[in-house]
Design a binder for this molecule. Structure first.
Ligand SMILES: NC(=O)c1ccc[n+]([C@@H]2O[C@H](COP(=O)([O-])OP(=O)(O)OC[C@H]3O[C@@H](n4cnc5c(N)ncnc54)[C@H](O)[C@@H]3O)[C@@H](O)[C@H]2O)c1
Length: 378
């Protein structure tokens, strides 16, 4: 069967996400498996053209992976007709401008989230992409986590009966950078550079809630900057101007209440870095990144509150693990494959710029709720 090549301009590949998840584990991994298989059995290979600001880094990266094409000139890359696709994993604050250039050049666009820094910016991208007739997609990786795929399986099977509530904990301690280096780039803690955990995580929470339990209809949030000064990559102290924790309650269509904590200032006493507990009339589940356990109504024990007695039972032992029953592929790669199918043979792809608009809209509503101390309807 025939194989054809699709060039993709990849901007921001020297970053954490751009390099590891998108270049190495997706685009190059797709190459190693012989390309993306189309419905007629033929294949599409992706040929990356690396774009960034630092020529030395790009050259070294290209050499490391046997690639020949890289440039620091975005306009030139977008003018290259062998590349009908543009991908963006840059710092959020500079994304909108670059995507607009790509749309103007008639390129299909796939991007990291958030699609833009503001709802207005994201809507502009959606409108301009529609006018230009270019395909567009936004990363929605959490839906592909094995734990969440198992949760989706439970929802689709009717396991929960009526879903009542969702309670989620996301977070871990991000070092301040003084006596141990921080595990996240410093821009995450500066509002002026597009940082903040609300903007970062509510984009994810929006599509997770929307696709599993119902669209978000309102939010009450309290955000905080618990650690006011941090130390950056160069060892310089800086003011943390962005929020590093967000405590939120979301109401969903259909009456489900979701309560999600997101924090970079929390020490982990959980099985995984994110966990969601879902309670329904017929059963409950707890899902993490990979694992998921259930407790059906028929197997629910009868706890009785008595603080005078020593606890003797293990509540965790009363849950049953949901088996994999399949091989879970890397979700980032799967999303690339789906976007390529969307571009090449018009396969459905609901995670477009408008889905990205809803993500950033929820983030802005969360920030507004915290700032004004009230519930914000969507
Ligand atoms: N889907 C996810 O789970 C997930 C996780 C983390 C980050 N992200 C998103 O990915 C994007 C990148 O995050 P990261 O953690 O990889 O950050 P990073 O700091 O590691 O990488 C940022 C990239 O942008 C480039 N860059 C930095 N400043 C720039 C500027 N002024 N102009 C142009 N380019 C600039 C850097 O060279 C680098 O290539 C962000 O938008 C973030 O929201 C998504």
């Amino acid at each position: 069967m025939a194989t054809r090549t699709l060039g993709v301009v990849m901007n921001g590949v020297t970053g954490r996400m751009g390099y590891r998840q998108h270049l190495v584990r997706s685009v190059l991994a797709i190459g190693e498996q012989g390309g993306v298989e189309l419905s007629d059995g033929s294949r599409v290979r992706l040929e990356p053209l690396l774009v960034g600001r630092d020529a030395a880094k790009l050259e070294e990266m290209a050499r490391r992976h046997g690639l020949t094409r890289w440039t620091t000139d975005l306009d030139a890359a977008l003018g290259d007709d062998s590349c009908p696709l543009y991908f963006d994993a840059q710092l959020t604050a500079v994304r909108e401008k670059s995507i607009l250039k790509a749309v103007d050049a008639g390129r299909h666009v796939y991007t990291e989230k958030p699609v833009a820094e503001s709802v207005e910016g994201a809507l502009t991208l959606a409108r301009r992409a529609a006018e230009a007739g270019v395909k567009n997609g936004v990363v929605h990786d959490k839906l592909y986590l094995p734990g969440l795929l198992k949760l989706k399986r439970l929802v689709d099977s009717g396991f929960f009966g009526r879903v009542l509530s969702v309670r989620g904990e996301f977070g871990y301690w991000v070092f301040e950078g003084d006596w141990q280096p921080a595990q996240r780039p410093s821009w995450n803690y500066r509002a002026e550079d597009g940082g903040g955990i609300t903007v970062d995580m509510f984009c994810h929470w929006n599509y997770v809630l929307e696709n599993l339990f119902g669209a978000v209809t309102s939010v009450i949030a309290k955000t905080a900057t618990h650690i006011p000064t941090r130390v950056d990559e160069a060892g310089e102290s800086y003011d943390a101007t962005a929020d590093d924790a967000a405590y939120a309650i979301f109401e969903l269509e259909g009456g489900v209440v979701a309560q999600l904590n997101s924090s970079w200032c929390v020490r982990v006493h959980r099985d995984e870095l994110v966990e969601f507990q879902v309670d329904g009339t017929r059963g409950s589940a707890v899902a993490g990144l990979r694992k998921c356990v259930v407790q059906p109504r028929e197997a629910t024990p009868r706890p009785v509150w008595n603080p005078d007695l020593e606890e003797t039972r293990s509540y965790r032992a009363q849950w049953q693990e949901v088996p994999d029953n399949t091989d879970f592929d890397n979700g980032f790669k799967t999303q690339w494959e789906q976007f390529v199918l969307h571009v090449v043979e018009d396969a459905p792809h609901p995670y477009d710029f408008l889905a990205g608009v809803r993500g950033i809209r929820l983030a802005q509503a969360g920030l507004e709720s915290s700032r004004t101390n009230r519930r914000v309807e969507l």
